[in-house]
Design a binder for this molecule. Sequence first.
Ligand SMILES: [Zn+2]
Length: 237
Amino acid sequence: MIKPASILLILTAAFIFLSSCTNLHKQEREMNGVTSLRPHSGSIPVLVNKYSSLPPGYKPDDLVFPNVPFLFTEKIEKRMLRKEAASALELLFQEAEKDGIFLAGVSAYRSYEAQQAIFNSYVQAQGIEKAKTFSASPGTSEHETGLAVDISDKDGKCPAVDCFGQTTEAGWLEKHAHTYGFIIRYPKGKEDITGYKYEPWHLRYVGPRIAAEIKERNIALEEYLKAEPVITKSDSK
Ligand SMILES: [Zn+2]
């Protein structure tokens, strides 16, 4: 004879089990991209572009100074990255050195306020329409996520400029960055999807699993997340 209390217990357990299955199913469906995956601001695969901005004043809560050389020595904001990305960058630099590739950071985190100040100064000087063609409005620069970093060779011959694409350092990054969880965020030939011209120096941390898939399928982050392509082109970074 089963007591009513036991029946209640079994029913509760069954309910919890079934609802967790439903949640799992929902997550899988989103992960497989049947519906557009829109990760929240603090998540590692967050999408930031001209159509998808961070909330005003967003600031990651786990920013640290990665122990890698930058082209400047000051311990300032633009040297910071989120913890997971910082550790991955340290590993990437160490492994690059084993191959005789010596890298340096140019610029990493940028606060919403800093981006706002930069953008506003361009707006004042040249007007909003012109400013928008070469500078990201606040909330839409990937550097505000704390997951993006511009890289150069250690001497800074081509710091975040086109000639970096011809360097052995860029070649090494193209081949190996995904192993450490980074993607070349604005690849060649994807300008009408990312909204940016080719930037071989701009690395974005998405984690090793997603980075490997993006590299393997030769797609942009927008394609991975089944997000709307950004058709407007610009020179901003
Ligand atoms: Zn950049």
